[in-house]
Write a protein that binds this ligand. Structure first.
Ligand SMILES: [Zn+2]
Length: 351
């Protein structure tokens, strides 16, 4: 498809359109301007959905010498000021305006290629106002499970689906039963409080076990494979009633033993449903008995025993020494949370 074939004869901003392919920097994307709080990635995605080239390719057409880090496919939020200017020209906005839409990389924000959580109500309002669906920065926190405007649970829009298609526009607002709704509110509130405590904006509730750092370490333990062979992460053992299906979920595939910082695995957990499953498990061990969510179906009394057992073998694998170090450190940090261990499983549900 010819990239320029969508361009109307005259631009409302009077940009001169040229046919010389050598002047790719003069390309103009005929897309809707950035929505409030829209991520840079979302703006570019709308362009490639319209013009049929993937984001990175499209960006390189606009700016052939686009910066890319080794192994980095996206990296839009790290683009240079010059690239911002070129992209701004392609979109037809002021560079200063586009610069505002970058999302500074931060440990508490999802990785860039995982920022596909959305609020169906926001998209419904966008559609009524004639705006295309877009991803907002306010939805991209690791601990963000609901929309700050509508307070309804966020959902996940896979890269391969049309954003206006029924799966994204007809998502249920809440689970059918009061128990299901309570569970979601408890998990969402737990994640929000943990976030605020980690950021120093709130004090750790006195009735909660441990500390924010211990809870964060436990979150890493439930999300990461700290074993020696490919395995499901511990939170994937969680089962749930069918009515929770769009809201809670677990990945189906086994994952390799830890290969990077365990926190990066948490940041790579894009789907809000997966994060709810992980926070549900952590909340079980941190919240006091009268407040904590019910025990999820399928959660073993010793949730990390299967991974720990893999280290009983006397053969040490040199490549996995890093995994061992993380495993020792995270086990040590989370010890005061009384996560069920051998001989302690009764303590988990006994009070
Ligand atoms: Zn919303």
């Amino acid at each position: 498809m010819n990239f320029r074939s969508f361009a109307p004869r005259s631009s409302r901003r009077g940009l001169a359109m040229t046919k010389q392919t050598s002047q790719l920097q003069g390309e103009r994307w005929w897309i809707h301007g950035p929505a409030d709080d829209e991520t840079l990635h979302s703006i570019t995605e709308r362009a490639w959905r319209c013009y049929g080239a993937e984001g990175h390719t499209l960006r390189r057409r606009v700016w052939p010498r686009a910066t890319s880090l080794p192994g980095e496919d996206v990296g839009l939020d790290g683009i240079s000021a010059r690239e911002v200017c070129v992209l701004a020209r392609a979109i037809g906005v002021e560079p200063r305006e586009l610069y505002r839409h970058r999302l500074q990389d931060h440990p508490l924000v999802l990785q860039e290629n995982q920022r596909r959580a959305y609020c169906p109500s926001c998209w419904h309002e966008d559609a009524k106002a004639g705006h295309p669906p877009s991803f907002r920065r306010a939805w991209m926190g690791v601990f963000t499970l609901d929309c700050p405007v509508h307070r309804r649970p966020l959902h996940w829009a896979p890269l391969g689906v049309e954003l206006h298609s029924p799966p994204t526009s007809r998502m249920p607002v809440w689970p059918r039963t009061a128990e299901g709704r309570d569970l979601l509110r408890t998990i969402t509130g737990f994640a929000r409080t943990l976030h605020d405590c980690l950021e120093g904006k709130a004090t750790w509730p006195t009735a909660w076990r441990g500390s924010p750092d211990m809870a964060r370490a436990l979150l890493m333990r439930v999300v990461v494979n700290l074993g020696r062979i490919p395995e499901h992460p511990p939170f994937a053992s969680i089962g749930f009633p069918a009515e929770l299906f769009p809201f809670v979920g677990v990945p189906a595939r086994r994952v390799a033993p830890l290969q990077m910082s365990p926190w990066e695995h948490v940041r790579a957990l894009g789907p809000p449903a997966w994060r709810r499953a992980a926070f549900w498990m952590v909340a079980r061990y941190v919240m006091p008995a009268h407040r904590r969510p019910p025990r999820p179906e399928g959660l073993p009394m010793e949730p990390f025993a299967a991974l720990d057992a893999q280290w009983d073998s006397p053969f040490q694998v040199r490549e996995l020494q890093r995994v061992q170090r993380y495993r020792h450190a995270l086990r040590l940090i989370t010890r005061p949370l009384v996560v069920a261990r051998k001989g302690e499983s009764r303590g988990d549900d006994g009070h």
